[in-house]
Design a protein around this ligand. Structure first.
Ligand code: FE2
Length: 380
């Protein structure tokens, strides 16, 4: 039944707020039960207790939290076994969570003396720490902390990082990654397309030597060798290329009077998943307007959040370089200290990347090695 066919909706029973997320009945906690992320049919439930106040959980379904910081230097056999696509120390993505639409990896590259090409999907890197130069067949592009690098499937590339520690989140998409429609916000909102940077053709290492291209197809590597540098492109034209945008050039939309859903912070979309950026912004200023995310079970999406910088206002005990995974079917929401704390502050300085996936994710053994197994009890 669609909304158009049901003019009587929304139905109202008992105590409720007329405007969602604003002026909740005294003593209640709002829960959003919704389909299709934050776009479909929705009911708000007004409860006497936070729905995350469980005492124990039996069975496999629970919220997860991971500290990715120690992972890049790990030599554990289980970590090595979970590497997708490359076994070279200079470029060995460690897969953490995956399904048939998307895979999330942690990457700490060193200067690569070979090239990589992903035949399985588009690669979106979020540079959590580090900087360097990305060489591609479209030319070269420098990058720094806070950059998203979008590399279309089939692009030949290599990283030449600088001497600082390198920590990247790789979101590998098995469908084409695009940006969402701006609709009534207009084409220059969130970020102006003119803020996008693309590679420039520049002199490359043309010394005669053998160059390898490591091609990943169905997570297996094939190495193709050339007697010349495969960056021998002297010109190109078209609308398909590598591109870069930094999170500081993304201008989040917000409302002084209404807590916008996470979907308002969408940066990229692909088939069956979305990538959102939560960035420094003022809190809602109106007295009755909620400032923290409402409790929800996000029943049609698994939700992954990578915490990159700043103070994560809705999560207690979460630091930079950590990641949470809230699977479909079990609730999540602000930690107990977050609601009163949000009333004492005017803005958040958080930088976080969210990946919401339509199909359930699976965790790898490598993720299990860096999991905080007490996370399910952190709302107590
Ligand atoms: Fe959520």
């Amino acid at each position: 039944m669609s909304k158009k066919e049901t003019p009587l909706f929304p139905l109202r029973k008992g105590l409720h707020a007329r405007q969602a997320h604003v002026d909740l009945p005294a003593g209640t906690f709002e829960e959003e039960h919704a389909r299709q992320g934050f776009f479909g049919r929705t009911t708000h439930l007004y409860r006497l207790h936070p729905v995350t106040d469980w005492t124990r959980i039996e069975g496999p379904l629970r919220p997860h939290s991971y500290d990715l910081n120690p992972l890049a230097d790990s030599t554990d056999a289980k970590v090595r076994a979970s590497m997708f696509g490359s076994t070279e120390p200079a470029f060995a993505p460690i897969c953490l969570l995956h399904n048939s639409d998307v895979a999330l990896h942690w990457v700490a590259p060193a200067a690569m003396d070979f090239f990589y090409r992903n035949a399985d999907g588009d690669d979106v890197y979020y540079i959590h720490a580090g900087a360097g130069k990305l060489e591609t067949t479209f030319g070269a592009l420098t990058y720094a902390t806070g950059d998203y690098l979008v590399i279309p499937r089939g692009t030949t590339y290599r990283f030449l990082p600088d001497a600082t520690p390198q920590r990247y989140l790789l979101i590998e998409s098995f469908s084409e990654v695009t940006i969402p429609d701006r609709n009534q916000l207009g084409p220059n909102a969130i970020f102006d397309p003119a803020m996008i940077d693309t590679p420039e053709l520049e002199p490359y290492d043309a010394t005669p030597r053998e160059w390898a291209v490591h091609i990943k197809r169905e997570s297996q590597i094939t190495k193709v060798y050339y007697p010349f540098n495969p960056l021998d492109v002297v010109g190109w034209k078209g609308d398909l290329t590598v591109w870069r945008i930094n999170v500081k050039d993304i201008r989040p939309i917000l409302s002084a009077r209404y807590h916008l859903p996470p979907s308002a912070h969408s940066t990229f979309i692909a088939h069956n998943f979305v990538i959102c950026s939560f960035l420094p912004r003022p809190f809602e200023e109106e007295e009755g307007a909620m400032r923290v995310p409402f409790f929800h079970s996000n029943i049609d999406y698994d939700e992954v959040l990578f915490y990159s910088a700043g103070h994560f206002f809705s999560r207690d005990g979460i630091g930079e370089g950590m990641m949470t995974w809230h699977p479909q079917g079990i609730h999540h929401g602000p930690h107990p200290k977050a609601i009163p704390l949000s009333r004492t502050k005017d803005r958040t300085d958080e930088v976080a990347v969210m990946v919401d996936t339509f199909r359930p994710l699976k965790a790898t053994a490598a993720a299990g090695l860096v999991e905080n197994t007490d996370y399910w009890a952190s709302w107590k």
